[in-house]
Each structure stands twice: as C-alpha cells, then as structure tokens.
Design a protein around this ligand. Structure first.
Ligand SMILES: [Mg+2]
Length: 368
C-alpha cells in the first residue's frame, strides 16, 4: 500500500455559542473560523483523516502540506507510522512545526489503519475500558456565585468532578477554590487548572490553598518552560501536580518532568500537543512505568479514544462554557463518556463539512 494523495480540505468551524472567557490575559473563545481536515489517500482506496480546528488552521496546514508533507508522504507505506513519526520530528528540527499541527499526520495514519481493520481506534490500541467518568471543566465565569451555580448544575447533570479555570489571580482564585469546596462538600473530586497564569511565588500561594481544600490535582500553574520551577513547586506544596500539557517534545519532554519529581499526580496526554496518537500513547506508557497518571487533555474525538485505551487515565475532560449548563451529547446522565463505535477516529459533528467528508463524520450517541 502506498500513499497517493495528501490533501487539505477547508472546513467552517462555528463560533462557540455563547462566547466564553478564559483567565485574565488570555483570548477567550474564537470563531467562526476556517479550520482544515488533513486527508491522506492510498492506491488501494484506504483513507485517513485528521481535523485541525483552530484559527488559522487552513492556511497553516495548506502551507505545511505544499512545502513539506506531500513530498514526504506520497509514495510511503501509510502503515509505517513509527518511521513517519520520526520523519516528522526531523522536519520539525528546521521548520519548528506548530505543535498542534505536528501530530496531524500520525493521527490521520492511525485513523486509516483503524478503518482498514473496521475497528474504532481505541480497540486497535488495546481497549482498556468502554466507558469513563467525565469531569466538568469550566471556562472562566464572572464571580464566585456564578461558578457555584454552574457547579450545582454540573453535579445535577451527572458530572463526576469539577475543574476550575479561574481568573489567574492567586488570592482571588484561592477564595473561589475554598468556596467551591464548601459548596459541594468533601466528597466531590475538584481540580484546578491555572492555564500557566502564575510565577512561582503565586503558584505556591495558591497551591497551599488547594491542598487545604483537598483538591485532587493542580494543573499547569506556570508556563511549562522551567522544569526547575515545577520541581520547586512540587517540593513545596502538598497538592499533586498535573504537568506537561503544552510543552514541546512529546514523551521525551514529559520524561524530564517526571525525572525531576515535578509530576506528582502525573502528566497530560493529547494527540494535538504530544505528537499524535503515537506520541500520546508513548507518554501514557512512560507515566505508567512510574506509576503515575496520564490524564487526557481536551474534549476532541481522538481524546475519546485515548480515554478508552489508556489504563492510567482517570477522567474525560468535558468543557462547560455557559452559565446555563448543557451536558456534552457524548456523556450519559450518570456522567459517563462511552467508547466510540464507528471505525477509525471520526470527525466531530459540530463542524460543517463539504459533502466529500460526510462519510467520516461521527454519529452522536443516543442514550435511553
Ligand atoms: Mg489544561
């Protein structure tokens, strides 16, 4: 089997409705914008796709395909994912490919391989479970009462934990974290995600507050550039740290966070920031070998498959971005995400696709 075509299909990604915010200093929700689907075709008709959904994606991916990827891939055996994964890192050395684009080829090749077998990706990867609890991962709301009201709605809808994305002000966020604990009681798992808003002194202050309130994990309080800063934080606060979501270098980088003693809860995995399915699975196995968790980042469809395939994952992250909470249609009334059933990975239903891609689009589950 040989790759014959590598194409970019532009797609319209709708704006989030209603629009939402992240912490102070970060852009909020975006869209509508032109995303893109990478489509890899072969001489035997087998195909694989991967969606690139972020502003600028269509322009960025078309450039990468025209300049680098088509010449690299056409004529290659699409089942040689390991070889092609290493080729991508070689191309990255000169080009510094944007991290979310670096895993697209690998993800499309895994989609192709799973479609060939007629199986959903998670089963091809070994299939550890067929459902997993979801936590509600909030966007940033206006004040403490809004957060508490959203938390009440999430728990009523079945969500099995709540993760805050708060304002990025250590003292204000500490007050919110404590208020949320008092609001939901001692048994609900709570997590906090700093979206890299702090330096070490503020991260330390907030870490003590999260420990006092019994938070399950403290995620990405600082930019993931200084592993030394993370090690110092891990030595100082009792709340377990979940790290290495956005840092470059896939498992090779996650390994140093672990070796430094900074990943006291575990590390993040995703196809879009760990170099595709291959990089995400390597990172998960790395963490497993140190008896650490590999927690899936984000709500995209490749992440659904990782959640089912990775034994040391605990939860699915389900974004809650409106004060009138609507449960993700993939999650049942008990707060469980169920394993995908269609072959391959599938493209998410919330995007508008041209007719040529309709065969790849997921069917949303129907729960009784
Ligand atoms: Mg995060």
């Amino acid at each position: 089997m040989k790759i014959t075509h590598v194409r970019v299909v532009p797609v319209k990604v709708p704006a989030a409705e209603p629009a939402f915010k992240w912490r102070d200093g970060l852009p909020g929700s975006s869209g509508p914008y032109e995303g893109a689907v990478l489509r890899i075709s072969t001489d035997v008709g087998a195909e694989g796709v991967a969606v690139f959904a972020r502003p600028g994606a269509a322009t960025m991916l078309q450039d990468l395909v025209d300049r680098l990827l088509r010449a690299e891939l056409v004529g290659q055996d699409p089942l040689r994912r390991e070889y092609l994964w290493h080729r991508l890192w070689e191309l990255d050395r000169i080009d510094e490919i944007p991290l979310p684009a670096l895993g697209l080829v690998d993800t499309a090749l895994w989609d192709l391989a799973a479609r060939l077998q007629g199986l959903p990706l998670w089963e091809v990867l070994g299939g550890f479970r067929d459902k997993i609890p979801a936590y509600a991962s909030t966007s940033t709301f206006a004040n403490i009462p809004e957060f508490l009201d959203v938390a009440t709605q999430c728990l009523e809808l079945g969500y099995q934990g709540i993760k805050l994305h708060a304002w990025g002000d250590a003292r204000r966020d500490a007050k919110l974290s404590q208020a949320l604990r008092e609001h939901v009681g001692g048994d609900v798992p709570l997590m906090y995600d700093g979206s890299a808003g702090f330096d070490l002194p503020d991260a330390t202050y907030l870490g003590h507050a999260l420990a006092d309130a019994g938070y399950l994990w403290y995620e990405e309080p600082m930019r993931e550039f200084s592993i030394t800063a993370y090690r110092r934080l891990a030595e100082t606060v009792r709340v377990p740290l979940l790290v290495a979501e956005t840092s470059d270098g896939a498992h090779m980088n996650s390994a140093d966070f672990i070796a430094a003693g900074a990943a006291t809860f575990g590390v993040r995995i995703s196809t879009n920031l760990r170099g595709g399915v291959t990089g995400a699975m390597r990172t998960a196995h790395l963490a497993d070998s140190f008896r650490l968790r590999a927690e899936p980042h984000g709500s995209d469809l490749p992440t659904h498959h990782l959640c089912m395939a990775v034994p040391n994952a605990t939860y699915f992250e389900s974004l809650v971005t409106s004060t009138a909470v609507v449960r993700d249609p993939h999650i049942d009334a008990n707060g469980m995400l169920h394993a995908p059933t269609s072959p391959g990975i599938s493209l998410p239903a919330f995007i508008d696709y041209p007719a040529e891609l309709s065969e790849f689009v997921e069917e949303l589950p129907v729960f009784p």
